[in-house]
Design a protein around this ligand. Structure first.
Ligand code: HEC
Length: 243
């Protein structure tokens, strides 16, 4: 009996950090449907990232040849991401604009995005990239609902279109709502899907070892389940004569 109790305690200890880690976020963020096993999504994500974000942001921990982890051959990396001739497959992802020029242009230096998914959660990134709205009081003409007075312009406005932040009055309760006032080249659901891919890639970039860890986690859980069945059978066997 004691062994079973000890085992239960051990299982609880193993599971607890996962449960504790699931909480958090005090403001409303949309849930990012991230799936690191979805290689097609990760490949679309890196394409969007290199074509739309590398102009200003670098990813100094991320080497192009590491994209083999998401199923891309060197040839595919060069071709699909349209790598310039002088960029080597083993080099890290560098921003096109140097930090000082960017700082002059936007007032703030665009941060390196290698591990952004660790300082900002996937949900935050997914919400942020879908929450830009027009703001005439800002020099860039843009603001962001979850990052007030952000220095970054809405670089994906051609895809998403223009959103306005409007006050909505519903049964006497006022709330702020983002409303699409001018459509982009993608439908809202398509834009969300593109941002899912991009967020997926940002999460992969921040923690490539997570894929290995997820698999390991599955094996551990599987092992615990088998152990549970065995221990349960053992318990029944031991108690059978006593009852
Ligand atoms: C035209 C330049 C430019 C481009 C292109 C650009 N950004 Fe930015 N980004 C910035 C600047 C400048 C900031 C700093 C904003 C601030 O701190 O006010 C920023 C901030 C961010 C932040 C917030 C970082 C933080 O935690 O403070 C994220 C996330 C981000 N960018 C993601 C992206 C992604 C993803 C793309 C590609 C779709 C992208 N950016 C393209 C200029 C750019």
């Amino acid at each position: 009996m004691k062994t079973i109790m000890n085992l239960c305690a051990a299982v609880l200890l193993l599971v607890m950090p996962a449960v504790a880690g699931a909480g958090g976020a005090d403001m409303h963020l949309d849930k990012a449907p991230v799936n690191l096993q979805d290689r097609a999504s990760l490949q679309r994500g890196v394409k969007l990232f290199t074509s739309r974000c590398l102009a200003c942001h670098g990813a100094s921990f991320m080497r192009y040849n590491r994209l083999k982890d998401i199923g891309m051959t060197e040839e595919e990396v060069k071709k699909k991401l349209e790598l310039p001739e002088d960029v080597k497959i083993g080099s890290t992802m560098q921003a096109a604009m140097d930090t000082n020029t960017a700082k002059l242009a936007y007032g703030v230096a665009p941060p390196d995005l290698s591990v952004i998914s660790r300082s900002r959660s996937a949900d935050w990134l997914y919400t942020y990239l879908r929450s830009f709205h027009t703001d005439k009081t800002r020099a860039s003409g843009w603001n962001n609902a979850i990052f007030p007075n952000v220095g970054m312009p809405h670089v994906l406005a051609d895809l998403q279109g223009e959103l306005e932040l409007k006050i909505e009055n519903q049964a006497g309760r006022e709330s702020l709502k983002l409303v699409l006032v001018s459509p982009g080249s993608l439908k809202p659901a398509e834009y969300d899907a593109a941002i899912t891919d991009l967020t997926n890639f940002l999460v992969f970039m921040g923690e490539p070892a997570k894929m290995v860890r997820t698999n390991l986690g599955m094996i551990v859980v599987g092992f615990l389940l088998v152990l549970f069945v065995l221990v349960f059978a053992l318990k029944k066997e031991i108690w059978k004569d006593i009852h």
